[in-house]
Design a protein. Sequence first.
Length: 108
Amino acid sequence: MSSLRRPLSGGPPRPAQQPPADPARELDETRAIQAALGRTFLVANGGGFAVMALLAATVGNSFGTRVLGVLPLGLLLCLLQLALLMLTAWLHERASRARVDPRTGGPW
C-alpha cells in the first residue's frame, strides 16, 4: 500500500439549501420592499420638483437675482435639485442592494 492516501472525494457534506417555504410570499415581500423604496425616491424627488415648480410659478422674477457672485438663484436651486436627485438615486441603489439583493440572490 502506498504511503500517500487519496483524499476523500467531495470533502465534508454540504448543508442542503432549503427552498423558501412559500415562494409566492417571498416574492410579495420583495415587491413590497421595492415599492416602499420607490415611493421614498418618488416623494423626495417629486416633492423637490413640485416645490421648485411652485416657486417658479409664484416668484419667478426673483429667480434671476444673483446670489453667489454671478450665479442666479434659479440656477442655484436647479443645481441643488440635481444634487438631491443624485443623492437619492445613490441611496436608493444602496438600500436596494442591502434589502432586495440578498433575498433574490443578486451579485451584490
